[in-house]
Ligand binder design. Structure first.
Ligand code: GLN
Length: 315
């Protein structure tokens, strides 16, 4: 049984090694409220597929904001409710070597964002949600999240205000997108409001592991017993995670960790070992591409130790 291979001593070893790596990273400062997070926090939570058994270490009670990990929720909700055709009419599904908030490609290559995990793509997804759901959009997504985690996530108002007051880059993206007729489905203000609210949702690493569990189990939650996702959505989300989940660090993550993952600038990473387990990891110091340094290191160790890639050497 896979669950027998993982125990507290493995997590302890990962914790000890990963925490020392975090010294080489930098906590995000471009959203001032995020810079207040302690660089010494670290937590790692795993949920075993099917049984829902939880194994975790570190500051597992610490709440942090989802940031770009919430792009999994907005994209999967949009696909579930409105279908693949509508979603992928205004956003592509291709990786780029650009940073997450890059503007360049929209003018140089195509006005259609390359993928829904780039900020530009996620803002387009939020414009669809806003147009279809209006004022209920935020509430709908938090209810949707509850189908995965069993609890409704809360908005961190301080982080929201902090990001809103420093969102020049995302505003630029939204206004640029809006200059292509028909691309942004709702106003710049409404689309950005939802985008930043979703980034400011609070979670623990266990919440992330529970969301990952649904992906790992093909759409069914081991906790709530509900089916938040169809298999088609699971396939789509995991494909985009492996190719685009860590932006211009996605290739490195695919090599080092080898399973679908999605990062956020607060230092969280959600990773899926298909059919094996859902994982959430958190450590605020980031590498130069905005991905948690110790988080990536911990995932690499976990993947190697538990053979999460599923490679079998045949005689
Ligand atoms: N809220 C952040 C932003 O829009 C999310 C980016 C991230 O987590 N990579 O800049």
């Amino acid at each position: 049984m896979f669950s027998e291979q993982i125990d507290q001593s493995i997590l302890k070893e990962i914790y000890d090694k990963a925490i020392s790596v975090s010294d080489f990273g930098k906590v995000a400062t471009y959203i001032p409220e995020l810079s207040l997070m302690s660089p010494n926090l670290f937590s790692l939570s795993c949920v075993i597929a099917g049984s829902g058994e939880i194994i975790q270490t570190g500051d597992a009670d610490t709440y942090f904001t989802m940031q770009s990990i919430s792009k999994i929720l907005s994209l999967s909700y949009a696909i579930e409710k409105f279908g693949m055709d509508k979603v992928f009419k205004s956003v592509d599904m291709e990786p780029t070597a650009d940073s997450f908030n890059s503007l360049m490609r929209l003018e140089m290559a195509s006005p259609i964002p390359a993928n829904p995990f780039m900020n530009a793509g996620a803002i387009v997804i939020c414009s669809i949600l806003q147009k279809e759901l209006g004022r209920e959009s935020f509430n709908e997504i938090t209810n949707f999240c509850e189908l995965f985690t069993g609890t409704k996530p809360k908005l961190n108002q301080k982080v929201f205000n902090s990001e809103m007051s420093t969102a020049d880059r995302n505003k630029s993206l939204a206004y640029f997108l809006n200059s292509t007729p028909g691309l942004l489905m709702d106003s710049v203000e409404n689309s950005l409001d939802l985008y930043i609210k979703l980034c400011s949702l609070e979670c623990t690493t266990l919440d992330l592991a529970k969301i990952a569990d649904v992906l790992s189990c093909g759409g069914k939650s081991s906790f709530t017993g509900k089916y938040p996702l169809s298999f088609e959505t699971v396939k789509t989300i995991m494909g985009i995670m492996i190719t685009c989940g860590l932006y211009n660090g996605s290739g490195e993550c695919a090599v080092r960790v080898g399973i679908p993952a999605k990062s956020g600038v607060s230092g969280g990473i959600l990773a899926v070992a298909p059919g094996k387990m859902g994982i959430g990891v958190f450590s605020p110091p980031l590498d130069s591409k905005g991905n948690s340094l110790a988080g990536l290191y911990a995932l690499e160790m976990l993947s190697d130790k538990l053979n999460l890639r599923g490679v079998k050497i045949l005689d």
